[in-house]
Ligand binder design. Structure first.
Ligand SMILES: [Zn+2]
Length: 374
């Protein structure tokens, strides 16, 4: 994997680049749609690649490990072939889901013991095993196992989890290096900076992880219930500590208006379930603000969801039709709404990228901030 920076904003930390992977070139900054169970809910792979032109999607190791299992996915030729997605895939380490979904988990220095939320079976994730599982998937970008705390956490607990995260990253990396030598795997591995909301811990964690000389670095432990301003502040503290010539990925953010804020702080990659989850619940992001489709005022509204959007849904259907589908709990609503919300996010990222290339990003950011205040 190779990262190439094409342009940098002289006023902010924003950069535009190209991330070369075994499954295509990704233009950054990039928003990665979330395909938890090897599917972006409600959207076909054809539309993801064609209509939306998504270059990379995210899948969740925890879910795919439990069902259908990494052995099966490997037997079916890896995740790309299994789900018929020829473009890039990033998988998380499963740590975040273990901490948020499963119960009866026990964390030791070796790893995390947990019970499946599906059938209660006990499983152990270690820094080594999560690399093996993701290599079975054939992910383009794999993440190391980390310990992610809820918000708020004490400095002591955060320090402890951060130290463990560093130790696990070292273990994962030596295992990964051996496996790459053995198998010639092209998968990259990103370590994750933790440290909760404490700048001193974020700094210490980043310094330790730099020694790994990784392909890229992630900032984790955000979007865990903290105020949004604090997530941005932690990113602002952490991003400048990471290597300039490597991609930086902030996990699990954010609202559409926050995307340029992260980019301004030097972030190249983001993912979030918001566009797809909100779509299914009838919340649509538009250039004129949020549309809550169930509202009675859309009952006989012939206009598209967003007149400025070029997605299939907006090109084809009215708000009135979408409201009808939503009220009738029709499956098609989820598909059409998700398609629109994802297009909104991806278009916004493409605009951001374009403005960085043109040298107009500060004005673009300024305009967005002003319209947010109004
Ligand atoms: Zn649209």
């Amino acid at each position: 994997m190779r990262f190439e920076i094409q342009a940098e904003c002289s006023e902010t930390g924003a950069r535009a680049g190209l991330l070369h992977t075994a499954h295509g070139i990704i233009e950054t900054p990039v928003f990665m749609p979330v395909g938890t169970q090897a599917t972006v809910k409600g959207v076909t792979q054809r539309d993801l690649a064609g209509e939306l032109d998504a270059r990379i999607i995210l899948a969740n190791t925890y879910h795919l490990f439990l069902r259908p299992g990494n052995q099966l996915i490997r037997q079916m030729g890896g995740l790309h072939q299994f789900m018929a997605w020829p473009r890039a895939i990033l998988t998380d380490s499963g740590g975040f889901q273990v901490f948020s979904l499963s119960d009866l988990r026990k964390i030791t220095d070796q790893g995390v013991l947990f019970r499946s939320h599906l059938d209660g079976d006990a499983h152990l994730f270690t820094p080594e095993s999560t690399v093996d599982v993701q290599m079975d998937f054939g992910s383009d970008i794999m993440m190391v196992l980390d310990e992610c705390l809820a918000y708020p956490s004490s400095h002591e607990a955060a320090n402890h989890a951060m130290q463990r995260t560093v130790q696990w990253a070292r273990t994962a990396y030596s295992h990964y290096t051996r496996k790459v030598e053995e198998t010639g795997s092209l998968s990259a591995l990103f370590p994750i900076v933790q440290g909760s909301m404490f700048p001193d811990l974020r700094r210490a964690c980043a310094n330790e992880l730099l020694e790994l000389n990784a392909h890229g670095y992630a900032i984790g432990g955000l979007s865990v219930g903290e105020p949004r301003a604090l997530s941005l502040e932690m990113t602002e503290v952490t991003a400048p500590l990471l290597p300039k010539d490597k991609p930086r990925y902030v996990m699990g953010v954010g609202m559409p208006e926050e995307l340029p804020e992260y980019v301004a702080r030097g972030v190249d990659m983001m993912d979030c379930v918001l566009p797809s989850r909100n779509a299914r619940n009838g919340y649509l992001f538009t250039s004129e603000g949020r549309v809550v489709i169930k509202q009675a005022r859309y009952r006989d509204d012939p206009a598209p969801v967003d007149p400025k959007c070029s997605c299939y849904t907006c090109r084809t259907h009215s708000r009135a039709y979408l409201r009808h589908l939503f009220q009738a709990s029709e499956i098609l609503f989820s598909s059409l709404a998700t398609l629109h919300n994802l297009q909104y996010y991806l278009d916004r990222m493409r605009q951001i990228r374009q403005s960085i290339l043109l040298g107009t990003f500060p004005a673009y950011l300024d305009g967005l901030r002003r319209s947010a205040v109004e």
